[in-house]
Design a protein around this ligand. Structure first.
Ligand SMILES: [Zn+2]
Length: 269
């Protein structure tokens, strides 16, 4: 479904299918752009079976994850905190990149995407073959010591948790935590600065699978649009930035991105 600066309401039950015109328009923008950035959110990973814990529907055992996966919860109730991350790590162990991750990596290989900025911590973009990925919410490959700050492989946290003991730093004895941005925490400055710089200078910003509700990342598309970039939004639901986008596609990330990548690959340069 194509909407240009005038989002159209969709009746309940209507299956959104992006029009061929929207796909061609996006492909043309990506082919022409000399610096194209993709910004991805949880909607890209839900098709790999990883729930969106930051969405309203993303409850964990009936509990709001913000209550168990926040910085204050880590200090107040580490058992619940670690139980939540054990669940996430177990889900990630069985997850594989999906069509959206593969299409984005394919666009990078075609020279039509130059940088991926992701809110996801699962590493699935890299596993699909994307080479330049900025992880603005951290990652689940590493654990970080809450005491001395040293980074360790996530196995050093996951192993003790499986055997029912608290994961401790070998250097200082502090508690190990996943190297992700918890609720109530600031984003890693270097990653966020690089993401903001890229969004401020790119020609095309393709937002995929993000409701653009979590700041400061939600501010990046507005920054890109202000600086003259073409904003394209692919998301199942409307976002607050749809009105500033040149093209809006309301569809699943995998289906939409596959068609866009096929279109870019099929066109002569
Ligand atoms: Zn330590």
């Amino acid at each position: 479904m194509l909407t240009r600066r005038a989002p159209r309401a969709r009746s309940a039950g209507e299956r959104p299918v992006e029009s061929p015109a929207a796909v061609r328009r996006i492909a043309a923008l990506l082919r022409r752009g000399t610096f194209n950035v993709v910004l991805t959110g949880a909607g890209v990973s839900t098709e790999s079976g990883l729930p969106d814990f930051r969405s309203n529907a993303g409850l964990w055992r009936g509990i709001d994850p913000a209550r168990v996966a926040s910085l204050s919860a880590f200090h107040r109730d580490p058992q619940a905190f670690y139980a939540f991350y054990q669940t996430r790590l177990a889900a990630l162990a069985g997850a594989a990149p999906n069509a959206a991750h593969r299409a984005i990596a394919g666009l990078e290989a075609l020279g039509a995407v130059h940088l991926v900025v992701t809110q996801n911590v699962d590493g699935l973009h890299q596993r699909a073959g994307s080479r330049d990925v900025v992880e603005v919410h951290g990652n689940l490959r590493e654990a970080r010591c809450a005491g001395c700050g040293s980074l360790r492989p996530i196995a050093e946290m996951a192993g003790p948790l499986r055997s029912g003991t608290l994961p401790r730093c070998a250097a200082c004895g502090g508690l190990l935590r996943p190297n992700v941005v918890l609720f109530e925490e600031l984003l890693p400055a270097a990653a966020y600065d690089r993401a903001a710089s890229a969004c401020g200078t790119c020609r095309v910003l393709l937002v995929v699978g993000s409701s653009l509700a979590v700041y400061p990342v939600a501010g990046l598309p507005a920054l890109a649009a202000r600086r003259g970039a073409s904003l394209v939004i692919v998301n199942r639901e409307p976002t607050p930035l749809d009105g500033q986008a040149e093209v809006v596609v309301r569809d699943d990330a995998g289906a939409a991105l596959s068609r866009i990548a096929d279109e870019v690959a099929s066109e002569p340069n």
